[in-house]
Design a protein around this ligand. Structure first.
Ligand SMILES: [Zn+2]
Ligand SMILES: [Zn+2]
Length: 364
């Protein structure tokens, strides 16, 4: 039997961290902090760290990597496993990183006598992955943050070989919603067409969502698109990891030429600005007072100090996690003795598949 300790990320949104122990050996899945002002740490202790053989990182967001410095402080010298792209995106330097190359997708990589893993793309951010981990004779699935229907990014699952996982840890970030991303993109486009003279501003995060929206609008509107300098590295990553992408190769080259290399602007440009930089947003609104701000996620207008008037903003929620139906589909494909639904304040460690099915009428 595995001993699974949830150190954060279940019954809450953020600080994802799971400690899994067997026969005196242990692994850690992600090591994140809460996205709040205090950057609340996971319930990781020095005693946990002393037992670790390996750490698996799903992607570079702070709610998955923000507590990595604790490992070093407590003397951890084992491998910190992540994709090459994730390592490149990390803000803090991280010793003992062991990266895997895109070519190793779907293959078993051996870490030690009792530990091996496979990985695949999770569609949430370029470089983000899921893990299938063999730990002694037990098998674990960790979805990381998962998007089933990204416009640009591939999302795969382990090959169906009859594996029944001992433990599956599945992203349930948007369990209260029912959303089809392509329909959101279509509605957004219609709205933009209906407001031909208004510049559009998207407060944007470093995630797959931002690139999905920008490239979709590039293809489906005739407007100039402007990506803020601070978001450029996100877009550049798309040209470095072709294996992570669905087709659309030609469109991406065109996008690079027209939106990233030369700076075009017109009266009704679509702007992508970092969502955490309110000053930039305010400055742009000041320069372009007829702009409409489009919010696409939980990080919404309420988080900004400056109030938005009713006709100044619009909301189109775009999935960056599985919604209710995606979670049901993932749970059916990943057969497991025990499934832990994480990344939501609406699930707890006792939430089961059957309970989820009973909640269908509560879905928005
Ligand atoms: Zn994430
Ligand atoms: Zn996350």
């Amino acid at each position: 039997m595995l001993n699974v300790e949830i150190l954060g990320g279940v019954g809450e949104y953020g600080r994802n961290c799971f400690f899994i122990e067997k026969n005196g050996h242990a692994i850690l899945l992600d090591c994140g902090v809460m996205n709040n002002r205090q950057k609340t740490l996971p319930n990781l202790t020095q005693a946990h760290v002393a037992k670790l053989d390996a750490v698996f990182i799903s992607h570079s967001h702070t709610d998955h990597v923000g507590a990595l410095p604790l490992l070093e402080r407590w003397g951890y010298i084992g491998p910190i496993i992540m994709s090459k792209m994730t390592a490149q995106q990390l803000k803090q330097s991280c010793h003992h990183t062991r990266t895997f190359q895109p070519e190793s997708i779907g293959e078993w990589t051996v870490v030690s006598n009792c530990l091996a893993f496979q990985w695949g793309y999770s569609g949430h951010l370029i470089g983000s992955v899921w893990y299938k981990i063999r730990f002694f004779e037990e098998v674990i699935f960790y979805s990381g943050d998962y998007v089933v229907d990204s416009y640009l990014l591939k999302a795969t699952l382990p090959i169906e070989d009859g594996t029944v996982y001992d433990v599956a840890i599945i992203d349930s970030g948007h369990i209260e919603k029912h959303i089809k991303n392509i329909e959101v993109l279509q509605r957004m486009t219609e709205y933009i067409h209906a407001n031909p003279n208004c510049p559009i501003i998207f407060p944007s995060s470093f995630s797959g969502k931002t690139a999905d929206i920008a490239t979709y609008l590039f293809q489906h509107t005739t407007r100039a698109i402007r990506v803020d300098h601070d978001l450029l590295s996100l877009f550049e990553n798309y040209y470095e990891a072709p294996g992570n992408l669905l087709s659309n190769r030609t469109m991406l080259q065109q996008f690079k030429l027209e939106c990233l290399t030369k700076i075009t602007e017109s009266e009704n440009t679509i702007y992508f600005v970092p969502e955490r930089n309110e000053a930039k947003l305010v400055e742009l609104l000041h320069k372009k007072p007829t702009s409409i701000v489009i919010f696409t996620g939980y990080w919404n207008k309420g988080k900004y100090k400056s109030p938005f008037s009713k006709n100044q903003y619009k909301e189109f929620f775009y999935k960056t996690h599985p919604d209710y139906h995606d979670i049901i589909a993932l749970s059916s494909k990943i057969q497991a003795h025990k499934t832990i639904y994480f990344h939501s304040s609406l699930t707890n460690r006792d939430t089961t598949f059957l309970q989820l099915l009973k909640n269908e009428e509560e879905i928005l």
